[in-house]
Design a binder for this molecule. Sequence first.
Ligand code: PLZ
Length: 452
Amino acid sequence: MTGKTELSGGPSLPQERRVVTAVPGPKSQELMARKQASVANGIGTVLPVFARRAGGGVLEDVDGNSFIDFGSGIAVTSVGNSAEAVVRRATEQLNDFTHTCAMVVPYEPYVQVCEELAKVTPGDHEKKSALFNSGAEAVENAVKIARAHTGRQAVVVFDHGYHGRTNLTMALTSKNMPYKHSFGPFAPEVYRVPVAYPYRWLTGPENCAEEAAAQAIDQITKQIGPDNVAAIIIEPVLGEGGFIVPAKGFLPRIQQFAQDNGIVFVADEIQSGFCRTGQWFACEDEGLVPDLITTAKGIAGGMPLAAVTGRADIMDSAHSGGLGGTYGGNPVACAAALGSIETMRELDLPAKARRIEEVMKPRLEKLAEKSDIIGDVRGRGAMLAIELVKPGGKEPDPEATAALAKACHQQGLLVLTTGTYGNVVRFLPPLVIGEDLLNEGLDVLEEAVSGL
Ligand code: PLZ
C-alpha cells in the first residue's frame, strides 16, 4: 500500500476498530461546538464524532478513532464508502460535465440507470423509471403517478410505516416524534391500516398475517372504498418502524387485494432494496412483483439518487413535463449508481448479505437467550435487529436501547436505533464488511448487553 492510498478513504482504509481518545474526542468536541453555533438544532446527531474517512467496514473520525460500521449511513453505503467503481465512474463524469438538467439536455448515464433498474427490479414486464434526488421525493412521485394513472386520490399506508419528511411523506409516515411533531397540517387523503407485526400482534404470531390482512382490507373497504384508492404503499421490511418483517402471507394478500381493485401496489424499497436483505429486493422473498417500486439509498453508493420504477403503462400516465426537478438524475449520481450496481453484481452482494445473516443471526439469537431484555431478533440478510423490552414482558425499553447504543459507540462500534417505540437496535453493515470485523462488532455488542 502506498502512502497516498493510505491517506484516502475507501477500501484501502485500515480495516480495524481503534479507540484512541474518549468518544467524542477533543477535535470532534471542537467541531461540535461549531456545529451547535452554525447548524440548526433540528439536524440531530446519532454519534457525536466527525467523520474524516470511511471505507470497507469502518468509519474513521477526526481524532483518529476507527469505528466498525454497522450503520452504512442508514443502509446507503452497501458497496462500502468510496467504492472503487463508484469513485472511478463518478470522477470520470465530474471531469466531463456536472450538470445539464436532464429535462433540458439529457445524457446517457440517466438512460443507463433506468435500463439497469428495469433489469434488476422484480418482474419481466416492460418497465420505465424516473429519477429523483431523495427517497421522499421518489415516494411523492410514485403517488403522483398512481393518482394520474387511476384518477383516484386516496393513498393507503401502514402502521409503523416510514416514507420521508416532506409534507406528503410526513403524512404517509406513522411516527409523530421526531418526524411530524409541530410540522402539520399534513397532506389529505392518506389512510393508515394495520400491518402484520408478529412480535406485537395481540393474538400472537400464528394468525397474524391473516388477521392483519383482514383488518387492513376491511378498513380500506369500509372506511375509504377501494374505488377511491390510487395506491397502497408498503415497505416489504419496515425500516424506521423497527425492522418489522411482516408475517409471511400478509404482503401477497395485500397485493392481491390491490390487483383485484385496480389499486397501484407500491413497494417502498428505499431501505430494504439493492441487495440489503440477501436478494436484490426484499419483495422477492415472497415472489411479489410490485406495480411500482421506489428506491434510493443503496442505489448510488452514497451519492444522492432515487427512482420510481414500474410498469411502463403506469409510469407513462403522467403527462410529458409532469415529472422532474432541476437535479433529478444528476449525471454524477447516475455514474455513481452505475458503479454501485456494477459492484453489487461483481461481488455478488446479495450472497454477501446472506452470509452476514448466517454469521450474525445465530449470535444475536444466542445473545437473546442469555439476556432477558432482548425480546425479539429479526430481519433478513444484512438488515437485522434486536427489540429491547423490560424483563419479563414486552414493554418497550427505549432507555436501555439508547444506553446500549451509547455503550457500543464508546467501544468503537457504530450502531443505530430505530422503531416506533425507540426500542430497537438495528444492524446495517456495509455488505463488503470483513467477517473478522463483523464478529468483532458482535463481541462489542455482547459485552455492551451484559454491561447494561
Ligand atoms: N422510505 C423506507 O427508509 C429513509 C430516514 C432517516 P430520504 N429512511 C431513513 C431520517 O431520520 O430522516 C426512507 C426510508 C423509506 C423513504 C425514506 C426517505 O428517504 O432519502 O431520507 O428522503
